[in-house]
Write a protein that binds this ligand. Sequence first.
Ligand SMILES: [Zn+2]
Ligand SMILES: [Zn+2]
Length: 733
Amino acid sequence: MKIKIVGNLTPEVGVSEKYTVEKVKEAFDTKPVTIVPEQPDSEIKWNIYVKDAKVWRLANVKEKKGQSVTYKFSEISSKAKDVAMIVEAYGKETLIHIKPQPTSNPKITSIELLNVLKKIPTRKFAYGDSIIARVHCVGMELLPIVVTLWENDGDKQKLKTTNLKIDTQKKFVRRGFADVKFYLNPMHVNLANSKVDKGESDEGKYHEYYVTAEILGKEESRKATLDTHVANPDYVEKKLIVKNEIATKPVMEVINSKMMVDLSNSQSWWPFKEDNCGGKYCIKKGDKNELIREINIRLAGFGGNVPTDEFTERTERMIKQFQRDYMKVPETGKICGNVLNAIDEFCFKWNEQIAEYTCLCKNLNSVTDKCSGFGKGRYNGVYKTATQIERYHNYERPGIHRSLLWGVSSLRFYLSKQSIYKYLWKTAGYRCWDHNNSVPRKTTNHMGKAVDIQFSKNGITIQGKRQSNLSLLNEINDNFFAKFLNAKYQWIDGKNNFSIEPIGMNEGQTWSWIHLDVREFDNEYLDDKYFVKNQEQVSNGSIVELGEKLGFSNTCMCEDVRNNSKNERVDPKVLKTSSNGKQFIRDWEHFKSNLYNDDSEDRNCTIGYGNLVHLGPCDGSESQEFKNGITESRALELFESRLVEFERAVQRDITVPLYQFEFDALVSILFNCGASFFAKGKAPQLHKHLLNKQYEKAAKEFLDITSGGIGGLVKRRKAENNMFLNNIYDSTH
Ligand SMILES: [Zn+2]
Ligand SMILES: [Zn+2]
């Protein structure tokens, strides 16, 4: 007897298919197959294997059991080299090869709500958490979807809902899904609570949030998750004892498992394994590869850069600037999945149209033998003077330099952030020798290395040869070209930088436009390969796909934990210590049920979680309650009420915006060092750096607050430093 699998070998992705194992009689079988006793379903096992590149791996889907099972294949399975379905039944094993087919019917199939580590949450979400909404799609590769977080006010079904829209983000689908991170901002607690007045009867213990996703521009494609319950902190705090009881019970998983909403009622997702790498796979300073070269080109306008394959100091600054200004996330200066995704988005939104750069000879009747748009490749290695510098090089470069193009992209991005100055158009891109001769003109900068750009101020075009233009152009240069592209005026210190032609009324100066060029790049960075003539070469494909092609799949799939998109620093007055922050502090303080004298110089009388009873050692004057010793839940209560003092101290003394994790780290320090730590000037450097928004410098100062190097304090300060900088709550010690 043999066994075989019956089912669709070419299933459409996103569609459930049934597979059945059957017995087949062979010629030499002496007994009819039906005599074989029926095997219980639980002993028939199904597994899927996938071949990526050269290796087979077990697909990340649970083993299934039974004579018949259903599978639904995901988008990414259609990209695998091979997919095998293996069944073990009746003491035999057999295999079929499956070729999942891409679908022509793009749709959103399900939305999963995951925790910040991209895992199924093991507890309810809380304010201060981030939610990752993973939207699974088919037939949507590299297309944009719109994902929205809502607070449910009881009007969920309609498109024109009156529910409160908390945040909306656009994301591109890759490998069959898109992850969107939402921050449950503690500032929204009041917003949600304000709904109670409008007739919502039970807006008490929990606030209800849900996520919708739709194909960009197609509202009718909108899908929604079930509600997820977020504890209302205002409610819980009034019932502290109850809360402690809840905390000691097993974590309720039921609600969270319901949040995985498969809209087609099948559980057979085949998710791509995506562990957060905690920065392990990020590309960073000192690395060297072609992906870095491509990024050095595309982000050149963020502080200036040359197309090197090395991750230099400059690359780090460039990434930081991109993270700060474009992504609006903390600056890590490292490249991980989220940075790559953001680069793709930036390129999609801001890529330059190469057609706007074609040679001006096309406009001249006097030039009869016109170039193709980017010169004729003449005079390579021919110089006007004996000094062989680029300024005098006659070479008609084969296209426009990509670093220049992307420099203009970033310039346009920055200009879009204000409304006084507007980018209008290019007045010159390429100018070949025939065009030059017709003027006549000698400079060869515009043979692929330069662009002239025209602007307006308050809606009025800056044009004509007017003295009054000059101050405006200087303003644009100072506030955009010099500030963000680090462009050098008049090629001074221009080596390997963008340069600006001087602004003025004379020959060789610019009076109604700004001239940007890459003339001062070293020769190796002016190689022919950096000059392009068609639109495809400008973008050169998706950076994520390039990363995968070059073997950086881990990097592409890993998002740096620190990068909480949309999670901007906020006024500390709206922050409270997060549950992670509280746990962290308690882990350091350790629970003690009886009175004890702490480690400080004054040996202060203490109980519970480092809860000060009075200054100086315990002396018998303490209340009977404390003398009897307290329970852990009483200690938690004391801890919660005492914490407020330190939160207020941070809010009083630190008047600059903070991230939740920065706030938590500062509360932890004050909890340990005293509420008046800043007010009494005990850490003047730290305080000063914070007030100057020099967050990284401030974090460094933590490491000095160790009472002369007490071991436990050294470790705690390191952990607080890590929390403040990296949003990592690690209290192991
Ligand atoms: Zn031409
Ligand atoms: Zn020019």
